[in-house]
Every structure is written in structure tokens, then in C-alpha cells.
Design a protein around this ligand. Sequence first.
Ligand code: G3P
Length: 216
Amino acid sequence: MKFFVDSADLSEVREAVSWGLADGVTTNPSLLAKTGRPYAEVLREICAAIDGPVSAEVVATEAAAMCEEGQKLAQIHPNVVVKCPLTIDGLKATKALSARGIRVNVTLVFSPLQGLAAAKCGATYVSPFVGRLDDLGHDGFAMVEQLVRILRNYAYPSQVLVASLRSPNHVLRAAETGAQVATVPFNVMRQMLEHPLTAIGLERFLADWHKTKQKI
Ligand code: G3P
């Protein structure tokens, strides 16, 4: 499974890269706005920090304008993947951009049929949002399982990129669906690596070792 860092914060991206776990980055307009910095500058720095796909989202809502913005974003760096929302215009833009060889991550996907439509339009990645479905009491992962199965049924090359993950359990469930990618907030990436028994066990090993007065 690939892990993307769901963040536009350079320090988080660099730290996750240093752990050897980050295979890419996803941003969105809210994450970029949070930086308070020019989006192109942030994207260039992220692309310099990681050798992997970096998703950057268009903000236009009409297909032609989405395509213009998508081409502009793609020119920032070869690793930039253009994010388009799953609207009718977003699908039109996805088809046009992917026909030009520009990779598209179709985002804000909340149903299997939306995901199938994105794959049919040539999406490189399809991003089902599970946390926001769970917030409404729906089973986001049941939807992801259906989407993974449907894309596998017809051998679509589109990769399922599970997004809106809020906990280590979400990452676990994403991995169990067979989705190719999980985009993980930095705090969740740290949480999923830490376990109290690991800390307790290490403390005990070191205490016993120190009693030997030896050095390695
Ligand atoms: O970046 C896309 C997605 O991961 C956003 O997650 O927590 O805002 O629903 P969230």
C-alpha cells in the first residue's frame, strides 16, 4: 500500500519523508490556504521535498477553466497530479486533461458509481472520502470495498486513493479493502506507529542492558 501525506505543511512532509513512509502528498484548497503562502511556492517546495506524486486541486468549477488551471498546476513540476472534484464539469476536465497526458486525482468521491465514472474518464487516482461519510453515520469503508471490487472487475488502471482518514483504524481498514493508496494526515501517521507496549518493552530492554555496564 502507498502512503501519501495529506498535508501542505512542509515540516510535516519533510518529517514523513525522513521516516521512509511517504510515497507522495495530497493537498487541497483548505490545506493550501492554511499555509498562508503563495500556492505555487508551497507546491514547488513540496515537490522538491518528495520524489512522488503531489496532488494539487483546481478551484474553477467550469470544465474549460478547470482545464486551464490544471495545465497551469501541471507546469509547476512533473510530479504534480491535478485534483478535480467529482462534478460533471470535473469529469469533463478529467477526460480532457488525461487525454493530454496530465494525471488527474478525482476527489470528493462519496459513492461507488461516482468512482466508476471517474475511472471511465481516465482518472489516475480516485479519492473516496471515508471520514466525511462516517461523520454522517454512513459506512465509508463499505463504499470503498465496492469501488475497489468494481474497478478490479473491469481492470481499470485507476488507483483507489482512500482519503479523509481520521485515525489509525481508518488506515487499517483502508489497507484491508485492497485500495492502492491511503492519504494520511501527519498526526495519524505518527499515531499509527506508536504503541505503549513498544515503549514499555524498550524501556525494560534498556534497563536490563544498562545493568551489564557493557557498550556495543
Ligand atoms: O485532502 C483530502 C481529504 O483527505 C480531506 O480530509 O479530513 O478534510 O475530510 P478531511
